[in-house]
Write a protein that binds this ligand. Structure first.
Ligand code: GDP
Ligand code: MN
Length: 336
């Protein structure tokens, strides 16, 4: 039981479009967008593409979250850029901070030491963001009424039509997690994440799935190979994150302090959880046109690409030696 101080009503606002009043969706789902007021224009561009390629035909709602209050200008711009209803929420301090049990001087020293050696190495706010996206986004009360979410970030592009409903696809197939890009993490940011995860597995063996996919991200020597699903684009079940095993894993990691003493990203954290708790058949590679600079996924099917995309298949991250997607698709049955 965590002490929670949620935002007062004036920091949570829903703007419902009258045209959507009688709309029903096959799945209780929403786009979830963590963003700063200063990202208004890059986000607006991303959302207009998402609307053109998919959502104008579906009108799924949006949940916008921020550690500062959204401005009236931001809210108006998002309301006008979207077809779905818009909900704007504030992230409480407890969900966006260095927890009190972390040795703050040690964390500040570690941040300074990491500095410019890796992206965001010296950033405290980036670490708060990664902790929030690892353990708190799915607990925001604005998400209570949804079963699935699709994470959207400012500046991303949707480079192909999406002629089916990915939320419905997950629900119909019983899958719980979907990704578009996978890559290798910077080792300096996760020095003790694997050891901490192994300690968690030893403490909670009952939570580890029998046909798990840990072999996807393990080296022959039994170390972490740095593979992770790129979490800036994930379409997934909220029940997966709200499960006792996921929450136990996040709490275990949070207690260890690595979000601040190192720079654990939400991408490797989500990925390790998927690998421990899900079978391969519960995870889906969404081959959709998606660009988060500097990487993109561009669909492989030549006819689909020619008809519906504006991306170059040769540029797709799946051809990059740092991509782990082929290894995922070719992953054989567990030996366990
Ligand atoms: P990157 O993708 O790892 O380079 O990190 P981003 O800068 O894209 O941040 C990831 C997500 O968190 C994006 O949706 C950002 O808008 C959001 N974000 C990052 N830092 C902050 C912050 O300090 N406040 C808020 N409200 N959102 C943030
Ligand atoms: Mn980003």
């Amino acid at each position: 039981a965590r002490a929670l101080a949620y935002a007062p009503a004036d920091l949570c606002e829903s703007r419902l479009k009258p045209a959507n009043a009688n709309l029903t969706h096959p799945v209780r789902a929403a786009f979830v967008v963590l963003a700063r007021n200063s990202e208004l224009h890059t986000l607006r561009a991303s959302i207009r593409q998402l609307e053109d390629q998919f959502n104008a035909r579906h009108r799924y709602p949006y949940v916008f979250l921020n550690d500062e209050p959204f401005t009236a200008e931001f809210k108006q711009a998002m309301e006008w850029a979207t077809t779905g209803d818009c909900h704007f929420g504030f992230v409480p301090y407890e969900h966006w901070s260095m927890p009190p049990w972390v040795d703050r001087p040690r964390a500040l020293w570690a941040m300074r030491a990491m500095g410019a050696t890796v992206p965001y190495g010296g950033s405290e706010s980036y670490r708060k963001m990664c902790r929030f996206e690892s353990g708190f986004f799915y607990r925001h009360p604005l998400l209570d009424e949804y079963d699935y979410y699709w994470r959207v970030e400012p500046g991303v592009e949707f480079t192909c039509a999406i002629p089916y409903d990915p939320f419905k696809y997950l629900a119909d197939t019983g899958k719980l997690y979907g990704f578009a890009i996978s890559l290798r993490e910077f080792p300096a940011t996760v020095r003790t994440l694997w050891a901490t995860t192994n300690a968690f597995r030893a403490a909670y063996p009952e939570y580890i799935a029998a046909n798990n996919t840990l072999r996807w991200l393990t080296t022959p020597g039994g170390e972490y190979n740095m593979c992770h699903f790129w979490s800036n684009m994930e379409i997934a079940s909220l029940a997966f994150f709200r499960s006792p095993e996921y929450e136990a894993y996040f709490d275990f990691l949070d207690r260890a302090g690595g979000f601040f003493l190192e720079r654990w990203g939400d991408a490797p954290v989500h990925s390790l959880a998927v690998a421990m708790f899900l079978r391969k058949s519960q995870v889906h590679f969404f081959d959709i046109g998606y660009h988060h600079p500097p990487f993109q996924n561009c669909p492989t099917d030549p006819e689909f690409n020619a008809r519906h995309c504006f991306c170059n298949q040769n540029r797709s991250a799946i051809h990059n030696s740092d991509s782990c997607t082929r290894a995922w698709l070719e992953l054989g049955p567990s030996n366990a």
